[in-house]
Design a protein around this ligand. Structure first.
Ligand code: UD1
Length: 422
């Protein structure tokens, strides 16, 4: 296994091109199961997670061609309905084949996703939602088996203990588009990725009102058609590079992203004294001329501050003089990165569901362990801020979510290279 080596302390300069959204691609790829027509998806990032989803679609009978970020999905000889443990256990995103399989084939057997270091991640809302549409659910041998002679529209409240759920909304929405009658999802997730999925389904012929809102009204249709569709930019990748620019006081231009999806981050950065703005042509610039102030952040479902940028924001705060408090209301246990950042000289302690960050003057390079995708991105930012060399172990986490990471970093002058694990 490779180790990612970083030599920090330098300021970076240049353009970073943002890829298509991973979290949009996964449910939209799953939604191709809703039609036998050919679907062409553009701007699908080449990542470990999208490659896993391709394997899953193939295992479910689709013929898939993937070249230059364009994915073509065609019906194969026979459609399958069993989503295997080997594929679902490596990536929670693959659980969103449940809804489309059930919608199209009226049966689905999908492995329960495995545990994850960012906390317990149940699927009760997914199950509640498809049950409300008439599916019979049993859990056996680690699999969820869902069957329904037919799905019938219903009113479903999808809020949970931690608010809305992105993938539960995706699953119920995808099951409902081919159901009989009308479905109303109350407390639907409003994330741009769900809006993107909704738009994709509408273009395929689904009848959905309320795109992007917490109330989705779906009138079932008989059939969906194949289309060509382009995935939205990855707001979490864009946010990560914006935070990298702020943290390393760099002059980066973030290209092909949508700043409107990042209001909460922009607000917190403005408070901290960082100016982030979109130029006329849409390029995002980060101005780091001022002295920064510590600011506190609490993550919430969209349009709140995204949990997927919490760790990266913490890395930025680690060297801002003063105290900031970071809480995660979406994944209250998502703090594994604290210990690794402290190995690099940060002064962060966890108190209940909050992290107290006492800004230090400098971080220093150290060997650290990536624990999950976004925590790894935070270590990357910390490593590029730090004095000396940082070794990030278990970088396969980064490969799950950041397309062409090293190339993009090298292009803006970062000192980054791979070595073999000793
Ligand atoms: C998606 C994203 C992930 C992001 C997360 C929150 C994908 C592939 N992944 O994950 O990157 O961190 O949204 O923005 O899009 N919950 C329940 N019951 C359920 C489902 C979820 O209690 O049935 C809880 C979760 O434990 C969590 C909260 O709801 O506390 C939000 O999770 P959810 O929005 O479902 O996350 P995912 O869709 O799995």
């Amino acid at each position: 296994m490779d180790v990612l080596m970083l030599k920090g302390g330098a300021s970076l300069k240049g353009d970073v091109n943002i890829s298509g959204s991973k979290n949009s691609s996964l449910p939209i790829m799953a939604a191709t199961l809703l039609t036998d027509d050919t679907v062409v998806l553009k701007r699908v990032p080449n990542l470990r997670d999208t490659r896993t989803m391709i394997k899953l679609l193939q295992s479910l009978g689709k013929e898939v061609d993937y070249k230059d970020n364009t994915l073509t999905v065609k019906a194969g000889k026979k459609a399958g309905y069993i989503a295997d443990y080997d594929l679902v256990s490596t990536m929670r995103g693959s659980f969103c084949v449940l809804g489309p399989l059930l919608g199209k084939l009226k049966k689905a057997k999908v492995s329960l996703p495995g545990g994850c270091v960012i906390g317990i991640r149940p699927v009760d809302l997914h199950i509640k939602g498809v049950e409300a549409l008439g599916a019979k659910i049993s859990v056996d041998g680690g699999y969820v088996l869902a069957t329904a002679p037919k799905l019938i529209g219903n009113e479903i409240f999808l809020g949970g203990v931690f608010g809305s759920s992105v993938l539960a909304t995706a699953n119920v929405l995808m099951a409902a588009v081919l159901a009989e009658g009308e479905t109303v999802i109350e407390f639907a997730a409003c994330e741009p990725e769900i809006e993107d999925l909704t738009e994709f389904l509408i273009e395929m012929g689904a009848n959905i009102e309320g795109k992007g809102s917490p109330r989705l009204k779906i009138k079932g249709v008989k059939k969906l058609k194949g289309i060509t569709y382009e995935i939205i930019p990855d707001r979490i990748e864009a946010g990560t590079y914006i935070l990298l620019a702020a943290a390393t006081r760099s002059d980066l231009t973030i290209k092909n992203a949508n700043l409107k999806h990042l209001f909460a981050l922009v607000d917190r950065l403005n408070q901290a004294g960082v100016k982030v703005y979109a130029e006329k042509n849409g390029d995002i610039k980060v101005s780091t001329s001022k002295k920064f102030k510590p600011v506190s952040v609490t993550t919430y479902p969209y349009p709140g501050f995204p949990t997927d940028l919490q760790a990266q924001f913490m890395a930025f705060m680690a060297t801002i003089e003063g105290v900031s408090i970071i809480s995660d209301k979406v994944y209250p246990d998502r703090f594994i990165h604290i210990a690794e950042m402290n190995r690099m000289g940060a002064d962060i302690r966890r108190e209940g569901t909050a992290a107290i960050v006492q800004g230090v003057k400098k971080l220093h390079g150290a060997p650290v362990m990536a624990s999950d995708l976004r925590a790894s991105a935070a270590l990357l930012i910390a490593g590029l801020m730090a004095k000396g060399t940082t070794e990030i172990h278990r970088i396969y986490h980064l490969e799950r979510g950041y397309e062409d990471l090293e190339d993009k970093l090298l292009k803006v002058g970062a000192k980054v290279w791979r070595e073999k694990e000793k």
